[in-house]
Write a protein that binds this ligand. Sequence first.
Ligand SMILES: [Zn+2]
Length: 104
Amino acid sequence: MRLLIWRDALHFDRYADLPCALCDSPTPMRSHTDEPVHKVCAEQWNHTHPEAPRHQAGTRDLGTRRFHDDVPTTSKQTNVRHLPQQSAPEALPLQLPTAERKAA
Ligand SMILES: [Zn+2]
C-alpha cells in the first residue's frame, strides 16, 4: 500500500477531533479538502480505489483526487529546519590540589 506524504500543518487540526469520513472514529487529521480522515484510512481508500480520478503535479501522480500527497516543494522551500551547530565545550585547565603545589 502506498503511503501518503502529508507533512503540511494543514493536515492536523489541533483544536478539534472530528469523526473520520471513512471509519467514524474521531481524528485530528484532515485531507486537502478539509475532510476529517485518518491518514491510514485515506491510504487504504486510495489502495481500494485505484481507478479514482488522479491529482497531478506536472507529470507526477500524487494519488487520487480525494486523498493525495502534498505538492512537492522546491529545494529552496523545505519543511526541514536545521539546528545551529553547537561547538564543543572548551577543556578546562587541569587544577592540581594545593597540597601538591606546595610540595613541588
Ligand atoms: Zn478513520
